[in-house]
Design a protein around this ligand. Structure first.
Ligand SMILES: Nc1ncnc2c1ncn2[C@@H]1O[C@H](COP(=O)(O)OP(=O)(O)OP(=O)(O)O)[C@@H](O)[C@H]1O
Length: 517
């Protein structure tokens, strides 16, 4: 595609935004031509979501600029000053899928797809027409949901797909539009990602365009035509993706080359710490394994094959059967609860930060010491200054940005939230640390920090168990990887056998073979 000579379908300019005294976007801009998939890239906290929220009218830009410097967005030649209201965004054919998906958990699928565009007859909602529209739309995207299903009961994947479908529908029609997706694939398995990409390519073929925020550079290479890169709130460059290597993209994002994404040395593994015996849950059966002191153990498979459930069973976050033993203390899984698991020295970070890992409204410092608060009780009183000091020290250790203990967790970017949540659990000095997809939504620089922290925890004697579908990360980070297929252990890779290709092959292989241990 020759994109450079075309008149932009969307032009956004003079995008400037501060939070308090801190500028987070500085004269940023975006030019999107017709029929392209355009990546918006940058480190965690570089301002991508802020830019998107400005375009959507969710937040207002800084004021006080002269008319020719005023923030504005122009789509198909129609220009509007920012902030715009949602109706104007819709009129301009701007559709959005926000990072938090923007769904109302108590509403139904039909209400979600209908909001703002209900079929009406004589001034009333025509529910029959609305239902058949919903059924037809769900069918068109291959999403087997009931129109009456409640959003809060849907799986993370179904919610993401629903939000994406709503965004696409909002720009459908005769005129060309722009669909803006803020990290839509962070919680999606590979097959769902391919489904989404197919839909994006269909949008592109109609002459409409897509702005796509992701931290996964393989996705950028796979589906995007051009990429605009933000660094500390400023646009540093726009690149043609086909002629850029992944390393070029990384260097543009970080402003420096990235050496050694993965820790160079593995810790030596010593005595067994965790023993899981015959664990069975909703998606798994008779899973047994051992994890040792200093070991980083991966659990993987295809999403839906059950590997994600196992660490929740070990921690008592899901119900099942079997036994879990940590350092000689054994518990029947059916009696295991998170509180008991914590007292046995286990820590668990689920994949979904927003709903399961941290308290978004609480401050960074409050989140950090939440699991270790008891340490600060002195004769019935809280030693607040000591708590604060430890929290700041922990934030420094993980390189939190900004180093602002009083800022609510929701105000930190995704990667920084993840660093903070990991720091919180490391403060409990766990014997076993369970991580589910620890690098979801995390930029490549923060990924390195997280890998270093995980490796350091193992060096300090922790046994780390990572449930993830990021095969390349597992191949580099883990001592050993167990592959789960159809809910059972299908094999184990270690030493020279432990490569990305071998994991992929094992996960896709149709016949299960017994584990080697
Ligand atoms: N409501 C807020 N109050 C204060 N600071 C905020 C608020 N919202 C965002 N920020 C800050 O603005 C900066 C930019 O955040 P933004 O969410 O736009 O980054 P991002 O590039 O989308 O990051 P990520 O890739 O992690 O999603 C961050 O440092 C963030 O902490």
């Amino acid at each position: 595609m020759n994109s450079t000579n075309q008149e932009p379908l969307l032009r956004a300019e003079h995008l400037t935004k501060s939070y308090g005294a801190r500028p987070v976007l500085k004269e940023a801009y975006l030019n999107i031509v017709s029929g392209e998939i355009h990546a918006l890239l940058g480190e965690n906290g570089s301002g991508k979501s802020t830019l998107i929220k400005l375009l959507a009218g969710q937040i207002a830009p800084d004021g006080g600029y002269a008319a020719d410097n005023a923030p504005r967005v122009t789509v198909s030649g129609r220009s509007e000053g920012l902030p715009i209201d949602p109706k104007t965004a819709e009129r301009l054919k701007l559709g959005f899928v926000h990072q938090d998906l923007g769904l109302v958990l108590s509403s139904t699928v039909m209400e979600t797809l209908g909001l703002g565009r209900y079929r009406t007859q004589w001034g009333r909602i025509n529910w029959r027409a609305q239902r058949s529209y919903t059924e037809e739309t769900l069918r068109r995207y291959g999403l087997g949901l009931s129109p009456d299903a409640v959003v809060g009961r849907l799986s993370a994947v179904e919610r993401a797909m629903l939000s994406i479908i709503r965004g696409i529908e909002s720009i459908s029609g005769e005129e060309r539009g722009v669909l803006v997706l803020d990290e839509p694939t962070a919680y999606l398995p590979a097959d769902a990602v391919h489904q989404v990409f197919e839909v994006l390519r269909r949008i592109k073929a109609t002459g409409s365009s897509v702005v796509f925020v992701t931290h996964r550079l393989d996705e950028v290479k796979d589906v995007c035509d051009r990429a605009t890169i933000l660094r500390s709130g400023e646009v540093v460059t726009t690149m043609d993706v086909a002629s850029a290597t992944t390393d070029d993209l990384i260097t543009a994002i970080l402003g420096t080359e990235l050496t050694n994404l993965y820790p160079s040395e593995h810790t030596s593994v010593t005595e067994p710490v965790l023993r899981a015996t015959n664990l069975s849950g909703a998606e798994t059966r008779d899973v047994s394994f051992v994890a040792s002191r200093g070991e980083i153990l991966g659990l993987t498979g295809l999403v839906g094959d059950g590997f994600e459930e196992i660490i929740g069973l070990c921690f008592g976050a899901s119900r099942g059967e079997g036994k879990v033993e940590v350092k000689g203390t054994e518990v029947e899984q059916k009696w295991l609860r998170p509180r008991r698991a914590m007292s046995m020295g286990m820590a668990y970070i689920p994949a979904d930060r927003a709903t399961s890992s941290g308290l978004m409204a609480a401050s960074a410092a409050e989140n950090l010491t939440m699991a270790t608060l008891r340490r600060y009780w002195r004769s019935g009183r809280m030693a607040y200054s000591e708590e604060h000091k430890d929290a700041i020290e922990a934030m420094r250790r993980v390189g939190l940005r900004p180093l602002a203990p009083d800022l609510p967790l929701s105000s930190f970017s995704g990667g920084n939230q993840q660093k903070l949540i990991l720091a919180k659990w490391l403060l409990t000095r766990p014997h076993v640390l369970f991580l589910h997809e620890p690098t979801n939504g995390v930029d490549v620089g923060a990924k390195k920090t997280l890998f270093d922290l995980i490796n350091r925890a193992a060096q300090d004697g922790c046994s780390v168990v990572i449930a993830s579908s990021e095969y390349e990360d597992l191949a580099h980070l883990c001592h050993r990887v167990i592959v789960i297929k159809n809910g059972a252990v299908s094999g184990e890779l270690t030493g020279d056998q432990l490569t990305t290709d071998a994991i992929t092959h094992r996960c896709l292989a149709s016949t299960a073979t017994p584990a080697t241990s």
